[in-house]
Design a protein around this ligand. Structure first.
Ligand code: ZN
Ligand code: ZN
Length: 71
């Protein structure tokens, strides 16, 4: 796979949108691995990776989107 932004070989793919990114274009940021519901505290909590590979172009939402129909 090649980088989405230039012709270099990609080092990895964005965790969010799947675009290939080379080392020049790779960005790192938090990625939510898992959202869990803590019954004892009565709220949802997220397990987050702080330096996941990102393309820097797509805009993941800072908060998970609620899916009430799955509850
Ligand atoms: Zn690139
Ligand atoms: Zn992306």
């Amino acid at each position: 796979m090649t980088c989405f932004f230039c012709a270099k070989a990609s080092k990895g793919t964005c965790r969010f949108c799947g675009r290939g990114v080379c080392e020049d274009h790779a960005k790192f940021g938090p990625y939510v691995l898992e959202v869990t519901r803590s019954e004892s505290r009565g709220r949802s909590e997220a397990l987050v990776v702080e330096d996941a590979l990102q393309c820097g172009t797509c805009r993941p939402r800072p908060q998970p989107v609620p899916l009430p129909e799955l509850d």
